[in-house]
Design a protein around this ligand. Sequence first.
Ligand SMILES: [Ca+2]
Ligand SMILES: [Ca+2]
Ligand SMILES: [Ca+2]
Ligand SMILES: [Ca+2]
Length: 239
Amino acid sequence: MNVTPSAIGVLPIPGDFDGDGQADPAVYDPIAGRWFMLLSSQSSALQTLAIGDATCVPVSGDFDADQKSDPALYSAAAGQMAVWLSDSGYAMASTPLGGAGWLAASADYDGDGKTDPGVYHPASGTWMVLLSASAYAPASGVTMGGAGFVPVPGDYDGDGKADLMVYQPGAGFWQCTFSAQGYTTSQGATGFGGPTMAALAGGDYDNDGKADPAVCDPAARIFSVMLSGSNYSVSSMNW
Ligand SMILES: [Ca+2]
Ligand SMILES: [Ca+2]
Ligand SMILES: [Ca+2]
Ligand SMILES: [Ca+2]
């Protein structure tokens, strides 16, 4: 893919944008306000969407549950989440959400197959999600983590609903509040990852139906994952 690099670089975003079961490479260039994707079902032809601006970060998800990922952007500066829906000819739907200091944290929290717009506010440790199965009514109330934490939602207990997971790179600290336990208890672990390691949200690398905590350091070319199906033993890869 030839994408003109901008000053702060493009942001990779995973997804299956054509719904053929294969992941399609995609990146978002905030400076140019352009979304690029290579669709595997169309001989990896380059598709471009002129959307968003430099305040936006790309969000991954299938918001209309048609099995195709939908390009989506979150702007904390604007307090706005926008989605281009694949089953509506990529018509845009947008909603006010969060604001300055909030981080994008969309996932399927109610387990209806549709990604729910969500955000996390590190300073207060607050989660806020708009549940698709409840007409996008705002749900909040769980507080966890704090300054320096990033949201890493995913279905870590395998009940079909995303769990609230946060990661603090400094100490490699993880904390999760589980949907299967009604978000009443949380569990923590430390010493996985570190200051140079970014967390990757929600992937199930051993295919046991539970998301596996994973971190990556692109500069040092290290990827590590704690595999849920192997008692969370750490598996690493260098490239
Ligand atoms: Ca979709
Ligand atoms: Ca949902
Ligand atoms: Ca869950
Ligand atoms: Ca797993």
